[in-house]
Write a protein that binds this ligand. Structure first.
Ligand code: PLP
Length: 470
C-alpha cells in the first residue's frame, strides 16, 4: 500500500470508529450469529493476488461486524468490562504505527522509560507503598503465572529453574478464585493436586483460620507451602479476601503472598474505596487490570512486585545476541516476564492517565459504584428478587424468587430468564452459580453506562421476569 492510500484509508477508518462510538446503541450488545456463520462467509483460501482496501473494508462491515459483541456498548453488564476510550485508541494507533518491539531498553529507550514512569504513577494512584515496582504484562493470568514462578524460585533458592522439581510445593487459594490460578499452577509444574482450595465464608471471602490450618497440616506432612493467591474481588461475586490476615499468615510461615485484584484494584484510585487494598502492603506481588476498569483498551495489566530482583532472577537469560552496552544502567523488561518481545503498551496508558487525569478516572469509578448501589436498592425492595451475594462496588448478584418453588425449579427459571433478557438485545448480562444458586450478575462498569441505561436494564429484567410469555 502506498503512503497516500494509507493516509486516505486511515482518515476513513477513524471516521468510521468515531461514528461507531456515536451509534453504538443501534447495535445489539451481544452478537446474534450462530456458530460457523462467519467462517462460512469467508473463503477458505488466502487470496493469491492482493486485494483493494475498499473491498476489504466493505467485507469488514458486512461480514465481520455482525459477529462482533459490543463491549463498549452502555448496555454491557456482562462478565467484567474491557473498557476502551478515545485517548486509549489514539495511543494504540500510534503504537501500531511505530511498530516498536521493546524487549530491551536499547530497542526503544522511550518504551522502557515511559513504562517506568506510568507504573510509578499507577503505584501512587492506588496508594501502594513506594517499595513496590511495577511492570506491564499482557493479562492478569500472565501476571499470576509470573508470581507463581517467582514464588517457586524463591522458596527453592532458584534451584527449580536449574534442576526441576525436587520438593512438593503447595499453593493455596480460595474456592472462589479465578480459573487463571489453576491454569498457572498447571503451567508452572506444581501439579493440580498441590493446589489447595480454602473454604470461604458467607461473603465468599477466604477464611484465614482455614488457610492457616491447611498450611500447618501440609508442614506436618512434609510439604513446602510456597504461595497464597488472594482475591481482591472474585470474578463470581466480587468477594474480598481478608488481605491483612492472609498477609500476616503468609509472613509468619514465609509464604509468597500474591493478590489478584484484576477488576477491583482500580477502585483504590478513589480515596473512599482505597480500603479495598488494605493489607496489600504485606504482599509480595499484586496485579490489577487497567484494561478492565481503567479506560485502557485490552491488553494492559499492571503487575507490582516488592522485590523486582526475584522476578529478574527467575526470568533472566543472557544469550550473547541480546547483550547491549546499556545493560548495567537500565531496565531490560524482557527479564521481567515470560515473553521476550514486548508491545509498547505504556503509550496508551500514558494517553489515558493524562487525558482523563486522576480526577476523571475517580469520577468514572464513583459513578459506577453509585449506579451499582442504586441497582442493588431496587433488587432489595422488590419481593420477586433476592441477592445471592452481598452487593459490592459495581456488582450485584441476584436471582428471581418465588415461594413454594424448589431450588432446581428456581435455577431453571433464572436460566431461562437470563436468555430472555439477553435475547432482547439492549443489554447483556452473564451468570454464575453461588452456593448452587443460578445467579444473574449485573456488573455496572462500562465507560458509557449512565443512570438511564441502568433504569432501562431494570425495566427489561423485571418485565422479562413478570411476563415470561411475551
Ligand atoms: C478478569 C479476571 C482475571 C483474568 O484476567 P485476564 O487479564 O483476562 O487474564 C483474573 N482474576 C480476576 C479476579 C478477574 O476478575
Amino acid at each position: 500500500m502506498k503512503n497516500d492510500e494509507f493516509r486516505k484509508h486511515a482518515h476513513q477508518m477513524v471516521d468510521w470508529i468515531a461514528d461507531y462510538f456515536e451509534d453504538i446503541e443501534d447495535y445489539p450488545v451481544k452478537s446474534k450469529v450462530s456458530p460457523g456463520q462467519i467462517t462460512n462467509s469467508l473463503p477458505s483460501e488466502a487470496p493469491f493476488e492482493g486485494e483493494k482496501m475498499d473491498d476489504i473494508f466493505e467485507n469488514f462491515k458486512k461480514i465481520i461486524m455482525p459477529g462482533i459483541t459490543h463491549w463498549q456498548h452502555p448496555g454491557w453488564f456482562a462478565y467484567f468490562p474491557a473498557n476502551s476510550s478515545p485517548p486509549s485508541v489514539l495511543g494504540e494507533f500510534l503504537t501500531a504505527g511505530l511498530g516498536v518491539q521493546g524487549m530491551v531498553w536499547d530497542t526503544s529507550p522511550a518504551a522502557t522509560e515511559l513504562e517506568e514512569v506510568v507504573m510509578n504513577w499507577l503505584r501512587k494512584m492506588t496508594g501502594l507503598p513506594d517499595r513496590f515496582t511495577g511492570v506491564l504484562q499482557d493479562t492478569a493470568s500472565t501476571a499470576t503465572l509470573c508470581a507463581l514462578l517467582s514464588a517457586r524460585e524463591k522458596v527453592t533458592g532458584f534451584k527449580t529453574n536449574q534442576r526441576g522439581f525436587h520438593q512438593k510445593l503447595r499453593i493455596y487459594t480460595s474456592s472462589q478464585t479465578h480459573s487463571s490460578i489453576e491454569k498457572g499452577v498447571k503451567i508452572a509444574g506444581f501439579g493440580r493436586e498441590n493446589l489447595v482450595y480454602i473454604d470461604t465464608d458467607d461473603r465468599f471471602a477466604l477464611i484465614p483460620e482455614k488457610l492457616e490450618e491447611a498450611i500447618l497440616r501440609d508442614l506436618e506432612n512434609g510439604y513446602t507451602p510456597c504461595c497464597v493467591v488472594a482475591a481482591c474481588g472474585t470474578t463470581s461475586s466480587l468477594g474480598m479476601d481478608p488481605l491483612k490476615e492472609t498477609g500476616q499468615i503468609c509472613q509468619k510461615h514465609n509464604v509468597w503472598f500474591h493478590i489478584d485484584a484484576a477488576f477491583a484494584g482500580t477502585a483504590a484510585i478513589v480515596p473512599e474505596f482505597r480500603y479495598v487494598l488494605d493489607g496489600a502492603e504485606l504482599s509480595d506481588s499484586l496485579v490489577f487490570n487497567p484494561h478492565k476498569w481503567m479506560l485502557t483498551n485490552f491488553d494492559c495489566s499492571a503487575y507490582f512486585v516488592k522485590e523486582p530482583e526475584i522476578l529478574r532472577q527467575t526470568f533472566s537469560l543472557m544469550p550473547e545476541y541480546l547483550k547491549t552496552a546499556a545493560d548495567e544502567k537500565v531496565n531490560n523488561y524482557r527479564d521481567w516476564g515470560i515473553q521476550l518481545g514486548r508491545r509498547f503498551r505504556a503509550l496508551k496508558l500514558w494517553f489515558v492517565i493524562r487525558s482523563y487525569g486522576i480526577e476523571g478516572i475517580q469520577k468514572m469509578i464513583r459513578q459506577h459504584v453509585r449506579l451499582g448501589q442504586l441497582f442493588a436498592s431496587w433488587v432489595e425492595k422488590d419481593e420477586n428478587f433476592e441477592f445471592t451475594a452481598p452487593p459490592n462496588l459495581t456488582l450485584v448478584c441476584f436471582r428471581w424468587v418465588q415461594k413454594g418453588l424448589s431450588e432446581e425449579e428456581l435455577n431453571t427459571y433464572n436460566e431461562k430468564l437470563l436468555h430472555r433478557i439477553n435475547g432482547q438485545g439492549d443489554i447483556y448480562l452473564t451468570h454464575t452459580k453461588l452456593n448452587g444458586k443460578y445467579t444473574l450478575r449485573m456488573s455496572i462498569a462500562q465507560r458509557n453506562t449512565q443512570q438511564h441505561h441502568v433504569e432501562k436494564a431494570w425495566r427489561i429484567i423485571t418485565k422479562a421476569a413478570n411476563d415470561p410469555d411475551e
